[in-house]
Design a protein around this ligand. Structure first.
Ligand code: SAM
Ligand code: DTB
Ligand code: SF4
Length: 351
């Protein structure tokens, strides 16, 4: 019997998973991982900051907030031709999804046609497209979908009760509203959070509870380890125990069995052994390429060596031109998160 897809998790049962002996938790997560995915295969996405810095928001972790002195210079929206060139490089390096990030609270309506042109061009290269542009109105979400946007990244970042310790310029409900607009427009969601911000284990459980109890599980769940950037309020936060990070990955895998769990920001500070544990615990995606948005990611050579050491393969995913996120593959007993599980059937080894 496959693990049921649930949306009614209680905080205590999630905490009970966190409390399991590490070996038992990782074993359970690795077992569930195999119900929907080939655990030897890892999806890779490449990020590009298409509009950097100068953001009016006050997210305590973010080097792109204008109010913090982090040395990130504000840049205007990139030209579509330059974005396309970077997408081509990413595709040629083996990425299957290209994620365009903008340091906006929300895009202005006049920005949407420019971003839509980028999305069309990137999709024309055969890449899956993802964008993270801040809060969206319903019309903006529809326009992005119409341009061919496959995924929208919008993170809940942390538990509802910890949110206002980290961000004061918007509220949790704003994030939930944008996610609802993205779903209503028919796009897949990439939605996760950041750990290592000084939150408690209960708050890490609260983030995962909120993600898993959304009406549909996000198809992609990025789990970021805080990248501490000098000048941001969260720089100097006590480091999270690496095993606690692995536990967070394992619990995400258990709660959202059919979702792709991405080992996201923070890998630069992780050794190969820790990343290996994350893949064992159910992570099956990474950001690939030497930069995230403004901070460093591991060099591509290092990631190639990591994959070789672990015997993992990088995958190419057939773009889901007309995918239906509510459809379900034959190997899958769920009604959500199925698009990526289906896509996996179309995956082909490239490295
Ligand atoms: N401005 C848009 C927004 O906030 O939704 C999109 C870009 S924003 C940089 C995307 C995500 O990057 C944030 O939601 C956060 O989860 C992640 N992020 C930003 N700074 C980070 C850091 N220092 N460490 C880890 N993750 C970070
Ligand atoms: C996500 O969850 N992590 C990525 C992506 N979605 C957009 C961003 C990480 C940003 C890390 C800090 C920086 O490079 O500026
Ligand atoms: Fe702006 Fe996004 Fe950074 Fe927050 S996370 S300051 S909204 S770019």
């Amino acid at each position: 019997m496959p693990t049921p897809i649930r949306h009614d998790y209680r905080r205590e049962e999630i905490l009970a998973l966190f409390d399991l002996p590490f070996t038992e938790l990782v074993f359970r997560a690795a077992s569930v991982h195999r119900e929907h995915f080939d655990p030897t295969r890892v999806q890779v996405s490449t990020l590009l900051s298409i509009k950097t810095g100068g953001c009016p928001e006050d997210c305590g972790y973010c080097p792109q907030a204008a109010r913090y002195d982090t040395g990130v210079a504000a840049q205007k929206l990139m030209d579509a031709d330059d974005v396309l060139a970077r997408a081509r490089q990413a595709r040629d390096a083996g990425a299957t999804r290209f994620c365009m990030g903008a340091a906006w609270r929300s895009p202005k309506d006049r920005d949407i046609p420019k971003v839509a042109a980028m999305i069309r061009a990137v999709r024309g290269l055969g890449l899956e497209t993802c964008a993270t542009l801040g809060m969206l109105s319903a019309d903006q979400a529809l326009a992005l979908k119409d341009a061919g946007l496959d995924y929208y990244n919008h993170n809940l970042d942390t538990a509802p009760e910890f949110y206002d310790s980290v961000i004061g310029t918007r509220v949790y409900q704003d994030r939930l509203d944008t996610l609802a607009a993205v779903r209503a427009a028919g796009m897949k969601t990439c939605c996760g959070g950041i750990v290592g911000m000084g939150e408690s284990r209960e708050q890490r459980a609260g983030l995962l509870q909120t993600l898993a109890n959304l009406p549909e599980h996000p198809e992609s769940v990025p789990v970021n380890l805080l990248v501490q950037v000098p000048g941001t309020p969260l720089a100097g936060t006590a480091a999270l125990d690496p095993f606690e990070f692995v536990r967070t990955i394992a619990v995400a895998r258990l709660l959202m069995p059919a979702s792709t769990v991405r080992l996201s920001a923070g890998r630069e500070a992780m050794n190969d052994e820790m990343q290996g544990l994350c893949f064992l615990a159910g992570a099956n995606s990474i950001f690939y390429g030497e930069k995230l948005l403004t901070t460093d990611n591991p060099e591509t050579d290092r990631d190639r060596r990591l994959f070789e050491r672990l015997g993992l393969s990088v995958l190419t995913v057939a773009p889901q031109q007309d995918s239906d996120a509510s459809g379900c593959g034959s190997a899958c007993a769920c009604t959500t998160g199925a698009a990526e599980a289906d896509a996996e059937a179309a995956m082909e080894e490239v490295v």
